[in-house]
Ligand binder design. Structure first.
Ligand code: MG
Length: 310
């Protein structure tokens, strides 16, 4: 397999990242964070989830965030939805794109969205049809594709089977996600390879958490296996409410550094991405996992402020 010359990125920090902060980040801070992400060149940004505010209080301000965000041609704000009611809210709020999530196991679907895997697939079909009618781009993520905290190992055949079922609803892209950060590169190669083989021509996206320090290696394996887009979060914010130690998506700026040095374009300005990561680190008030924030890029055109002092 050969590597692509350029790939797409989805910035998930404002949703997957901030959702896992114990304190809710105020709307103006979220809006400024998203504005900085867009200014760094990120063109698809997951800005909120339209779910029950009782279950996820950090996302209760989804409509307020959408209302305050500046709109720009070519910039897509993504709303995460889990059912038809959530889709209707995201559509009313003006999301240019929606993402739905189907977990690989009944146990995880039950915990996250109160349904079985089959129920989640049915909900996705309903959402996809509504999105088509509304003219909103729709994609779906197969979550816990490399392991489930409740049911353990997940067979690649199971991921392929779900991918075939969700593909029937016509998503423009399918993401395969290591929600709890347990995947290793060999597994990523196999799962992405099998899904690509089963669904020729389908755009594939990878979503990795760096919980066990395999995130960037998994991202590289996914690119080699045919993924054209990767999720990442500025600063490496993120986690999973049902996997208490699943800290951190792969950091956007660390990924952009790695890809840039490999000659793979992302359209993202590394210096601005580092600045956006530094902004959100200051706002959440605790250190974030991203490493470019500490080490700075190489060659060192955009040295981080902390590294300037002698
Ligand atoms: Mg995640």
């Amino acid at each position: 397999m050969t590597l692509p010359r350029s790939i797409g990125l989805v910035e998930v920090g404002p949703r997957d990242g901030l959702q896992n902060e114990s304190a809710t980040v105020p709307v103006p801070v979220k809006v400024e964070f998203i504005r900085r992400a867009a200014a760094a060149g990120l063109r698809r940004i997951e800005v909120a989830s339209f779910v029950s505010p009782r279950r996820v209080p950090q996302m209760a301000d989804a409509e307020d965030v959408m209302r305050a965000l500046p709109r720009q041609a070519g910039l897509r704000y993504i709303g995460l939805v889990l059912n038809r009611a959530g889709f209707d809210r995201a559509a009313a709020a003006g999301c240019e794109e929606i993402g739905m999530v189907v977990f690989t196991t009944d146990a995880f679907n039950e915990r996250n969205q109160g349904t079985t895997t089959d129920g989640a697939i049915r909900a996705w079909h309903e959402i996809a049809a509504a999105a088509r009618t509304a003219g909103i781009k729709a994609q779906v993520t197969i979550s816990a594709a490399f392991g489930c905290p409740f049911e353990g190992e997940v067979a690649p055949e199971r991921v392929v089977g779900i991918a075939q079922q969700v593909a029937e609803a016509g998503p423009f892209e399918i993401a395969v996600a290591d929600t709890i950060g347990v995947a290793v590169p060999g597994q990523v190669s196999e799962v992405f390879g099998r899904v690509a083989e089963a669904l020729p021509g389908m755009a594939l996206r990878g979503h990795f958490h760096n919980t066990r320090n395999t995130g960037l290696a998994n991202a590289y394996a996914a690119l080699l296996a045919g993924a054209g887009t990767l999720d990442a979060s500025l600063g490496g914010l993120g986690g999973c409410p049902f996997a208490p130690a699943a800290t951190g998506n792969i950091p956007t700026e660390d990924l952009v550094y790695m890809l840039g040095r490999m000659g793979i374009g992302t359209g993202v300005d590394l210096g601005r991405a580092i600045e956006a990561a530094r902004y959100i680190e200051q706002q959440v008030g605790h250190p974030v996992p991203g490493m470019l924030l500490k080490a700075g890029p190489f060659p060192g055109a955009a040295r981080p402020a902390a590294a300037k002092s002698a």
